[in-house]
Design a protein around this ligand. Sequence first.
Ligand SMILES: *[C@@H]1O[C@H](CO)[C@@H](O)[C@H](O)[C@H]1NC(C)=O
Ligand SMILES: *[C@@H]1O[C@H](CO)[C@@H](O)[C@H](O)[C@H]1NC(C)=O
Length: 309
Amino acid sequence: MAQSAALLTRILATSVSATVQAGKIIRDVLNKGGLNIVEKGKNDLQTEADRCAQRCIITSLSNQFPNITIIGEEEPSTCEVPSEWIITEADQEVLQVKLPSHLEDVNPKDVCVWVDPLDGTAEYTQGLVEHVTVLVGVAIGKRAIGGVIHQPYYKNDENSTYIENGRTLWGIDGVGFGGFVPKLPPEGKRIITTTRSHSDSIVQSAIKSLNPDEVARVGGAGHKIILLLEGKAHAYVFASRGCKRWDTCAPEAVLYAIGGVLTDLHGERYSYNRETTYANTRGVLATAPGQSHQWYLSRIPDEVKQKLQ
Ligand SMILES: *[C@@H]1O[C@H](CO)[C@@H](O)[C@H](O)[C@H]1NC(C)=O
Ligand SMILES: *[C@@H]1O[C@H](CO)[C@@H](O)[C@H](O)[C@H]1NC(C)=O
């Protein structure tokens, strides 16, 4: 690997390769039918694929970057990691990215990587495989700066066949993005994306306050943000504490890279430094480029905001 590349680009480039490998593991587990699902709690399934995909990503990153902090969704597990799962290569396109000077010389101590090895587990176990993403977010200090969103199952628009290795979207806030073509959502209507499986009266009341023309209920934070990146929704609204830092770090960085915004329902950004808490207790509001984030915030009822303190 080009040792001359900056730490941030090397971490992101390795993450791109590691998520592609994790995507292979996820497809293999599903093909073998050996999901070995265990209930971690209500609505929270953990599968063999989650555990092995996380081992692959974390082992690959920590081998190469021993001095950064890496936080994964899953508890450390005993999943055997064959040596061919450990990634030593890095994505060449990302390695070439030129960073502004303030991102060029980052102290590894200030880097915290958030890994969700399989976002959309419920949908995965139900066969809605296109909702599944692998997320690796790179924070520097408190901010989500770099993000990788890998879709292990991605269909070609033209002939509806799955692309062999899925696809990988990445972005660096203020610098650039790749793996997708950003589109603005349609004018003259409002499409809101939200949770498929974790709804309640508070979640509903937040959506209703925005008077949407359409509501797209899909699984996974990664998949919802992809809808914003590709102009298929105007905003992602989740008035619940049920989402964690590893769900939002990577999507947030990629969304900012194209000019979108992600905050809690009070308009504050979450912090992603290693000392922070994991739960996104103040909910999530993400808006596509060109939307007035403030307008959405102002419509959310006070009683919803009060529930999410
Ligand atoms: C990690 O930190 C230790 C102690 O500061 C240092 O000796 C080592 O060279 C660092 N490793 C890398 C790969 O930066
Ligand atoms: C589907 O289209 C892609 C390119 O658009 C092509 O590479 C692939 O071979 C096609 N698959 C089938 C089964 O036709």
